[in-house]
Design a binder for this molecule. Sequence first.
Ligand code: RP5
Length: 164
Amino acid sequence: MKKVAIVMGSDSDLPVVEKAVEKLTEYAVPYEVHVYSAHRTPDQARDFARSARENGFGVIIAAAGMAAHLAGAMAANTTLPVVGIPLKSKALDGVDALLSTVQMPSGIPVAAVGIDGAVNAALLAAEILALGDEDLAARLDRARAEGTEKVLAKNAAVEARFNN
Ligand code: RP5
């Protein structure tokens, strides 16, 4: 199976990014984790994206806060799918990162998840890799069915309490 690259702009992003790491681990999806900044280490970020395909990656997850250009910078340098995680910061609650991540010019796509949406980023990356991996697809389907059962059980409890 191809690997997922998880790239973040700063190690201060780790508390959120680790949720993506945990989710990929849960689904036995191989990954690497790196700190590259579109602004502080632009050469390394570019080189990583340019060599990602030949280095065995199938998807890049890029997480950044504030003027969050990392996902776009990755996408500018590869045609691998890039999933952007806009991270919440103090000043603007993550809206700055959301808009910086999602408002890409036509031709250079980034699939942005919600603010701090690390779990969904990992799941989306897994779904992309599952296009070529039936076992992973089956694991994702099983987990989705289990999630549905949990919500149905909650619904049953709420209905039993209020609908007499
Ligand atoms: C962004 O700036 C990083 O992704 C991080 O979310 C934010 C702040 O970085 P630090 O100043 O904590 O290193 O590039």
